[in-house]
Design a protein around this ligand. Structure first.
Ligand code: ITT
Length: 208
């Protein structure tokens, strides 16, 4: 795939926070954004892996009839925050948690309010990436890679950086939330950084 030039990847995500991170974490690839106004991609599975594949395959099907340029493959990300005291929730439902609250600071506050005061505050961010090549004899089949980062929940949202649940998550080994830490620090240890490193390694082997 893409001998002598950068692999061209369609990023099948409408989440601006993820997209900003992909531009840093996947530097060196030729990245194409999911067009504004393109359909939103269904995610009806029970597991991150199901949803990542469902989004990537849905995006590939749409791109095959509507895409404005050729790409080598499609990448989708399904991710979320898994809180041990909430039996792993909101997990795969993270984007659908507290739909009445538009701001993630408020969603974070509601999530924290669900924990009893003496609760175990351990949590992890999980990211599953699905890569689906465009059809072609040299392109191989779809695959997934994943990454996770362990941490604890803050007592209140803190910080303005990052996106989503970053203000309530303190990665192990740090005292600040992802929203307080510099983006560069998040990119050395995050769930998405780890999944992107695995994606890079897998694409470099040429084994798909
Ligand atoms: P796409 O499906 O278009 O990619 P989405 O926002 O619907 O966008 P998901 O279904 O994967 O994506 O939901 C991910 C949820 O987890 C969403 O609420 C994010 O804000 C949150 N999340 C994922 N990664 C995060 C990160 O690095 N920092 C903070 N929150 C994160």
């Amino acid at each position: 795939m893409a001998r002598g030039r950068a692999v061209k990847i369609l990023l099948a995500s409408s989440n601006q926070g993820k997209l900003a991170e992909f531009r840093q974490l996947l530097a060196g690839f030729d990245l194409v954004s999911w067009p504004t106004g393109a359909p939103s991609l269904p995610e009806t599975g029970a597991f991150f892996q199901d949803n990542a594949l469902q989004k990537a395959e849905g995006a590939r099907a749409w791109w095959q009839s509507h895409g404005r340029e050729a790409v080598d493959g499609v990448l989708a990300d399904d991710s979320g925050l898994c809180v041990d005291a909430l039996w792993g929730g909101p997990g795969v439902l993270s984007a659908r948690f507290a739909p009445d609250l538009p701001s993630y600071h408020d969603k974070g506050r509601r999530l924290l309010a669900m924990l009893p005061e003496d609760a175990d505050r351990t949590a992890r961010f999980v990211c599953v990436l699905a890569f689906v090549p465009m059809p072609g004899p040299m392109h191989g089949g779809p695959f997934t890679v994943s990454g996770a980062v362990e941490g604890t929940l803050a007592f209140d949202p803190r910080g303005d950086g990052g996106f989503g649940y970053d203000p309530i998550f303190i990665p192990d080994g740090h005292e600040h939330t992802f929203a307080e830490l510099p983006a560069g620090t998040k990119h050395t240890l995050s769930h998405r950084a780890r999944a992107c490193a695995a994606l890079r390694a897998r694409l470099a082997t040429g084994r798909r």
